[in-house]
Write a protein that binds this ligand. Structure first.
Ligand code: GLU
Length: 588
């Protein structure tokens, strides 16, 4: 018996924007399946839709996958860069082309597609179609009148010689595949038996008039030539699969002279929001539109009024009227950066949808991967606590992943659960790991905190704040007191009353007594400050609350902050003393 070929899975995104979280889930499952079977995982960029594809989006998708740690064995070469733009030494390079199977960008494979299209046309298995849009409209309307779905078929009076000579004379036209007119069946690894009757399957376009192949054609050719054995993709492609199978059955591999193989298929469930709507990039526009409605924003001028004097570079660059049209049309999307400018101006949090949204919000890749692995799959094991085992790493996923545990119904995206996963993943980091992850993240996404607080001061308080961070973004609010100038923070009147003025200003007394001690402390670090405060408590017989709260209010303006030693240490000696002085001068 011939041994079965090595497993080859592939992820084949169309580069029309950042990687959607659903795409990441597909990529993860393809990756895990290939690893599980010692096969390879291939990445291919499906950029034949010239209008919608972009180089920047391709690059973004490679970055998103690399950030998640989903590495591809074959595919575009990608060098992992550090946050500062330098390349690691030695560089961590992903991808490559060991089998020399040609470009992984479909736009660079047009000659290959043309060879196969010509082969089909020569055998009358595909044909040029010169219908005008008007003719197609008439046929569509007729179908509507007769209450049947319009299914394109070659006209009975089709004159092959005539159309071929028009095509050979260079007249642009689409090429359609001639459907064989038989039902198509296949067994989906997740959904089971699927049969589609012949009358639902049209003679679909395989090459557009612009000369580019359609997705349906390029995907079939590449999956054959790249040796894909298992195709995993979203359920939105389920209707396409019978068309692809019909093509596979018609085609012969020009190198091996063998008929095309039919790979195995697995269609993955849709990822839904809690309200069952499909999780889509449009949800971000929806959230911003809802906030505009709440704030009664009806025109671009209302936004500038709300935003005060702050410049909104991308939003302000929108063409006139765009914003108003977007407000009234829920199918429209604002350009990403313009939408983000708007969200900041009107104070709305946009829901994360793309992998890059989650990265920018301060999620850790291991938490995202763990969470998305559970969207439509579960290991079917109990953890030590007797509950369903949900926390695992990718090594575990690789060991356990199989199609028989992939679900058939939509998977709901539970943001609270992802946050819990993320918080736990953060808590698991060592202090050093936390600081270096935060630094990499902040270099791109929170330069202000990085600049004003910095890693070395954050190191002083890392033990106190790490456990409180749900995301890396939370660092900012936890140390926000240290980001304000010493003379600029406001005092909470109630806290001043309760912790400083009460008992005839006992709190102020404490501040006066502590200031010289803090001034004289040899080292101004968390341990020394804590020891000093303990000693002061013992000496005066005051409870720790009576010492800590006045100090906290003095240096931050309010009675809530990270533990006091950490709070003072991150401020440093000079700032701490300046703040205590300012509090006594202004409030006593
Ligand atoms: N380019 C297609 C997409 O992004 C890929 C579909 C497939 O995996 O066949 O949806």
């Amino acid at each position: 018996m011939p041994s079965s070929p090595p497993v080859i899975t592939r992820f084949a995104p169309s580069p029309t924007g950042h990687l959607h979280i659903g795409g990441a889930r597909t990529a993860l499952f393809c990756w895990a399946y290939a690893k599980r079977h010692n096969g390879s995982f291939l990445l291919r960029i499906e950029d034949t839709d010239q209008k919608r594809s972009s180089e920047a989006a391709s690059r973004g998708i490679l970055e998103d996958l690399a950030w998640l740690g989903i590495d591809w064995d074959e595919g575009p070469v990608f060098k992992r860069e550090n946050a500062d733009g330098t390349v690691n030494t030695p560089p961590t390079t992903l991808g490559g082309n060991p089998r020399e199977i040609g470009s992984f960008y479909q736009s660079e494979r047009r000659d290959i597609y043309d060879t196969y299209i010509n082969w089909l046309v020569e055998r009358d298995l595909a044909y040029p179609a010169f219908d005008t849009p008007e003719e197609l409209t008439v046929r569509r309307q007729l179908a509507e009148k007769e209450k049947r779905t319009f299914v394109y078929r070659r006209a009975a009076d089709y004159n092959r010689d005539a159309v071929l000579s028009r095509m050979n004379a260079g007249e642009p036209c689409p090429i359609r595949f001639k459907m064989p007119g038989t039902p198509i069946s296949f067994t989906d690894e997740v959904l089971g038996e699927i049969t589609v009757s012949a009358d639902e399957l049209d003679d679909f376009v395989i090459r557009k008039a612009d000369g580019f192949p359609t997705y349906h054609f390029a995907v079939v050719i590449d999956d054959e030539l790249m040796g894909t054995t298992h195709i995993m993709r979203g359920q939105e492609h389920l209707n396409n699969t019978p068309r692809h199978i019909a093509l596979m059955k018609a085609l012969v591999n020009q190198t091996t002279n063998q008929p095309f193989r039919i790979p195995k298929f697995a269609h993955l469930t849709v990822i839904a929001n809690q309200d069952n709507s499909k999780m889509s990039k449009r949800d971000r526009d929806k959230a911003a539109r809802a906030k505009c409605r709440e704030l009664n924003i009806k025109a671009v001028t209302d936004v500038s009024a709300k935003a005060g004097t702050k410049p909104l570079p991308h939003f302000d660059a929108l063409p006139p009227g765009d914003f108003e049209q977007w407000l009234g049309d829920k199918t429209r999307q604002l350009e990403t950066h313009a939408l983000e400018d708007l969200a900041t101006a009107i104070g709305v949090e946009l829901p994360e949808i793309a992998v890059d949204d989650f990265r920018r919000s301060g999620y850790l890749p291991e938490a995202v991967l763990n969470y998305i692995a559970l969207l439509g799959w579960n290991p079917g094991e109990k953890g030590p606590d007797g509950k369903d085992l949900e926390r695992f790493d990718t090594a575990y996923l690789v060991e356990k992943f199989s199609f028989d545990r992939v679900g058939k119904s939509a998977s709901k995206f539970d943001r609270a659960k992802l946050i819990a996963f993320n918080q736990d993943a953060i808590a698991k980091l060592t202090d050093d790991q936390f600081l270096s992850r935060w630094e990499i993240w902040a270099t791109r996404d929170d330069r202000e905190t990085l600049g004003r607080v910095g890693v070395s001061r954050l190191r002083l308080v890392v033990g106190a704040i790490k456990g409180r961070c749900r995301t890396l973004k939370d660092v900012r609010s936890l140390v926000s007191f240290a980001m304000i100038d010493d003379g600029a923070y406001a005092f909470n009147a109630k806290d001043v009353e309760k912790h400083l003025k009460a008992d005839d200003g006992a709190g102020f007394e404490t501040l006066r007594a502590l200031a010289p001690k803090l001034q004289a402390l040899p080292a101004f670090d968390v341990a020394s400050i804590d020891a000093l405060l303990d000693a002061h408590a013992t000496q005066t017989g005051l409870g720790m609350g009576k010492i800590a709260q006045p100090l906290r209010v003095a240096v931050t303006g309010a009675a809530v902050s990270p533990p006091l030693g950490a709070t003072l240490a991150i401020l440093g000696r000079d700032s701490s003393l300046a703040r205590i002085r300012r509090c006594i001068d202004a409030q006593a």
